[in-house]
Design a protein around this ligand. Sequence first.
Ligand code: AOF
Ligand code: ZN
Length: 371
Amino acid sequence: MEQGDEYYMELALAEAARGLGRTSPNPAVGALLVREGSILGRGYHHRAGEPHAEVEALADARRNGHDTAGATLYVTLEPCNHRGRTPPCTEAILAAGIVRVVLGTCDPNARVQGGGAALLAEHGLSVRQGVLQAACRRLILPFAKTQRSGLPWVVMKAGLSLDGRISRRSGQGGAMTGPEAGHFVHGLRNQLDAILVGRGTALIDDPALSCRLAAEERRDPVRVVLDRTLRLPPGAKMLVQQSAAKTMLFCGERADAGREAGLVAAGAQVIRVAEQASGLDLHAVLRHLAQAGLCSVLVEGGARVHAAFLSSGLVDEVALLFAPCFVGETGTPLTRGPNAGPDAGGLFTQPLLETESRRLGADWLLRGYFT
Ligand code: AOF
Ligand code: ZN
């Protein structure tokens, strides 16, 4: 039975999701080929440098023994018309005899931006744009942010008590939230390119900052620590534990060269950035991450780091996990330090948009956007 365009785009979105967290600096994209109600092939972009989703779907159709002439292509992102690491998808689409293209959202890459859709229409293909646009856009938020600003998409995440404390006692670690919330966090780590913590959190918790999902679905994000004077010991778990993901330490210009050598010998990459009165220059840190091909960062605290990101206006998305308990004054508040006062400004004065909440075990997730 033939279905509407939205139905097939939903399937293309599911394809795209398979690449989430693996494609940077490219976006996650999914594609589907359909003719007279039957699905000829599906594909998604696996990683940068490898074929695009459309080309994967065409190859899948061929493997299934289908000729693609006269078919409709559903693709979550506008097909590219430029030569990057791979040839233009528009050429492959024209060569395959596709007659109709349904796309979710325009490619924000300045080299494409409508050019792919226009070229296909000029060649007589029927082009429909904007199908399930909101979902297709959401999928490429990190890519779009990086294209637009040269900075990665920043997600602020914290687990906290109902009275807004992220630990039971200052200087003490340990999760407050339950296993379902933990699973959600590892899902985020699996889909975002980097995970960032401050030196305090790195020293108190000695976290591995790895993704602990089932082996076949997990992938570690790049580990990033803001460590102004390089206090992290070379024996820290995130350096000692085996992982394909590297660890980047950002420090100030004057950090000790001997400490740097020890950390580099332990496998860390040390990057010096400018210091401001309130700490490391976060813009410089983020620019460096985007230049390294990382389009998204999960900021996991602690309180000073959250305050610094909020006051600098650098948070795009927030995920707060509330445990159903009160801690009182002994606990660390979500934000503190010179950037957290009433005059800190930045995002402290802005409301979160599109907020949504849901239960995760005994805890509550609150999610929203600043941009
Ligand atoms: C598509 N389908 O699956 C993806 C697209 O260096 P390249 O050749 O991989 O090109 C990267 C650019 O192509 C990327 O910046 C974005 O504009 C687009 N990504 N386009 O038609 C895909 N991943
Ligand atoms: Zn392409």
